[in-house]
Design a protein around this ligand. Sequence first.
Ligand SMILES: NC(=O)c1ccc[n+]([C@@H]2O[C@H](COP(=O)([O-])OP(=O)(O)OC[C@H]3O[C@@H](n4cnc5c(N)ncnc54)[C@H](O)[C@@H]3O)[C@@H](O)[C@H]2O)c1
Length: 435
Amino acid sequence: MMLTQKIKDRKARIGVIGLGYVGLPLVIRFCEESFRVIGFDIDPVKVQKLNRGESYIKHIPPEKLKEIINKKAFEASSDYRRLKEVDCIIICVPTPLKKNKDPDLSYVKITSDEIARHLKKGHLVSLESTTYPGTTREILLPGFEAKGLKAGKDFFLVFSPEREDPGNPKYNTRNIPKVVGGITPQCTEAGKTLYEQIIDRVITVQSTEVAEFTKLLENIFRGVNIALVNELKMLADRMGIDIWEVIEASSTKPFGFMPFYPGPGLGGHCIPIDPFHLSWKAKEYDFTTRFIELAGQINTGMPDYVVARIIDGLNSDGKCLKTSKILVLGVAYKKDTDDIRESPAVEIISMLKDKGAKVDYHDPHIPSFSGMRHYPGLSMQSIPLTENSLKRYDCAVIITDHSMYDYAWLVKNSKLIVDSRNAAKSIKSRKIIKA
Ligand SMILES: NC(=O)c1ccc[n+]([C@@H]2O[C@H](COP(=O)([O-])OP(=O)(O)OC[C@H]3O[C@@H](n4cnc5c(N)ncnc54)[C@H](O)[C@@H]3O)[C@@H](O)[C@H]2O)c1
């Protein structure tokens, strides 16, 4: 049977490689549409947990996993030989940066080699991991064609960027439009057919490179605009002007303006990392991506700015950082999530500790953390948040504006509040310093 017919008939079996923030929601979506899915992950603990119906991602309820396991729609495995049992393979493995900010494509390469080993006629492979333009053609394709199979004829290869926005109540895997670009038009068509079964709107583009670049443009657009408001925030602070009020006023213009908000620095797996995939590739073309570099410099400097504002605040209370006790409120990189990856909170905590302050944190979604990539020695537990505990700190710093915080209560019971998110905007108090 033709692959596209098999997909439409729900007879095609799906393999999702990398069962994290991107892979798991995709698994669930395919199961909801009556596909049978095998999830592959090299982490045996995750595989065992999933097969027991346990979720390790806050916004994925265990009941959902149990439901798809019980109806035998899903199972997790670490055994790549089982790739032979599936028709469509979707790759969602990490694409971090190395210490020197070069892309680390080792996860993609390992996965690609494993797929090549088990590739069969009729397979459709889609790479979703964010990466530089050229990855699909330069890294995946040669290994697949070395097996004597031809793309577009014997197997199909596409790139389709992930656009997951964890915790967003309005946009989910189903209603976020999906871009697909294939190695050949036949590949694009096969990819489009697959994604159309689970996603409301699929947009096709000319090539895998266009699809790869599309994702980077989206993230660079965010990174650059956030850097712009971060820089303007520092100027506005110096001028005694409230940047948030400025942004709110500018947002009333019904055309040609889109608000971005300043903060304590970038976090998460995407915006701080992805633009540098393109900067790296640009060097091959003797091209310097100045906007990306500049935005990177400004955004990575924001934790220093927050620390400087904490020092200013303590100073006006006649205190110095070295002998102060600081409470960091929120360590997730994003409001209402439990994702701490690349969070500026961790950098701020580490800087404060280096300067001699005694630091604790509270986060309703992250009871403890340790083993962070850049801070392997840092291991902390969230403290209970009470009137008495708050009063013990010289300064409370809002890094993540989680909705569950009662900001009026926080201000009332704190000696000093440094607010990097404008979270306490509705409260008038001399105790609040914006950062
Ligand atoms: N999280 C997001 O919101 C988001 C949004 C858009 C794009 N992306 C991109 O999607 C990709 C995946 O991100 P994520 O957030 O899901 O990462 P993640 O760390 O949550 O999950 C990746 C999973 O892949 C597994 N893995 C690693 N190597 C493997 C291998 N060789 N074989 C099988 N499994 C392997 C890991 O154990 C982990 O469970 C990245 O390229 C990221 O940039 C993420």
